[in-house]
Design a protein around this ligand. Structure first.
Ligand code: LMR
Length: 398
């Protein structure tokens, strides 16, 4: 049966962690996968999360199945975090949220829903985009096309190019948008630019699919949700949001994500939710409890929520400081041209390093970055900043 099965290359991001784990060098640094590490190089367990976890362990509740669309306290809290608790869309019953297996599961389930409901199976993703976007939408039969996004000359957004490309898309095309902390580039739209993008989406009758995996990692919970909030206030009555708590709660392996669909009416919203439940049932049947219970426990308590927001704020501030530190050290090592890293947002920076330079980083220094030149700034620490800066400066000169 398997005699003709081809060996395919490993995943461009998660495959790097496998190679990193197998590397025996003590000085190795993994700047590949998007994970936030603390100063000691560990993935933090947030205090607010630990407190809920201890309570849940003490309660030792029976482990029944969750509803197909997930833990109700979790999905409600997620809607409120995305739109703000006072959003008229929530009051109108137009927002349906489903707990998913991480943000990837939200993308996949959302893709399957749209593949069934939209006749026009084309999706436009930013150039570049997260490596897995193309694979997820391609896997359910979408044609995946690019829209201009990043300008390598400025290390920022080519906004004129983006608008021109969006205007040229066929009505009905799905447009995947990164709400904040653009992965892989770290180049974000301003709120004013979001308003312009939303106008074009409405004018051209394009379908917005927002991916928000980093809420709170750039400016703050509400500020980073600007794209979602502006979309909600606009005349666009239908759109999708895929969101994740992997990063904001440091719960990567718990796979806590959500698919949220805005419909034009409450009745349509119920119909959409019924379709999503069918998709989930035929896929993984129902989601798992633990991670969702942790998030719901934190967001459901005013005190723990405040503590979580403070901890998230500390992670955010530390990333800003690491960006500044990296830029400073690179300049000290003779590479001042990397100053743009300080202006980029979130975990990642599109460093501009070529594939060959990334290979040198790995081979000569044990520093792992994605082949496109994406580095995870949130994986740096004061302890390895100097080493990384020296290595990046060395390969960028060679
Ligand atoms: C990343 O881009 O590194 C993260 O979103 C993790 C992943 O699944 O790729």
């Amino acid at each position: 049966f398997f005699a003709n099965v081809e060996l395919v290359p490993g995943d461009p991001i998660l495959g790097l962690t496998e190679a990193y784990n197998a590397d025996a060098r003590a000085t190795k640094v993994n700047l590949g996968v998007g994970i936030y590490y603390d100063e000691a190089g560990r993935i933090p367990v947030l205090d607010a999360v630990r407190e809920v976890e201890q309570r849940l362990a003490a309660e030792a509740k029976p482990r029944g199945y969750l509803p197909i669309d997930g833990l109700p306290d979790y999905t409600r809290a997620t809607r409120e975090l995305l739109f703000g608790a006072e959003s008229p869309l929530l009051a109108a019953g137009r927002v349906a949220t489903t707990q998913t297996i991480g943000g990837s599961g939200a993308l996949r389930t959302g893709a399957e829903l749209l593949r069934k409901t939209l006749p026009h199976a084309t999706i436009a993703i930013s150039n570049p985009s997260w490596e897995n976007h193309r694979a997820v939408f391609g896997a359910v039969g979408f044609d995946v096309v690019d829209y201009t996004y990043f300008d390598p000359a400025t290390h920022g957004v080519d906004f004129a190019g983006m608008l021109a490309d969006l205007r040229s898309l066929e009505p009905g095309t799905v447009v995947l948008l990164h709400a904040c902390c653009h992965n892989p580039t770290g180049a974000d739209l301003t709120d004013a630019q979001w308003r312009q993008v939303i106008e074009v989406l409405a004018e051209r009758d394009l379908f917005p699919f927002i991916d928000m995996a980093y809420q709170g990692f750039d400016r703050g919970i509400d500020e980073d949700a600007a794209a979602v909030r502006l979309m909600a206030e606009s005349g666009i009555s239908e759109f999708v949001v895929a969101s994740s708590y992997s990063k904001s709660f440091s719960l990567y392996g718990e796979r806590v994500g959500a698919l949220t669909v805005v419909s034009a009416t409450a009745e349509q919203s119920r119909a959409v939710q019924s379709q999503i439940k069918r998709l989930v049932r035929a896929n993984h049947s129902s989601p798992s409890n633990h991670g969702a219970a942790l998030v719901a426990g934190v967001l459901g308590s005013a005190e723990l929520r405040a503590r979580w927001e403070a901890e998230l704020g500390q992670m955010r501030e530390r990333i800003h400081a690491l960006r500044a530190g990296l830029v400073e050290q690179l300049a000290e090592h003779g590479a001042p041209e990397f100053a743009f890293i300080q202006d980029q947002a979130g975990m990642f920076s599109y460093s501009g390093l070529s594939r060959a330079q990334v290979e040198r980083l790995r081979d000569e220094f044990g520093i792992y970055a994605v082949g496109t030149g994406r580095i995870c700034v949130a994986a740096l620490s004061l302890g390895n900043l100097g080493y990384v800066a020296k290595a990046v400066a060395a390969v960028s000169r060679g």
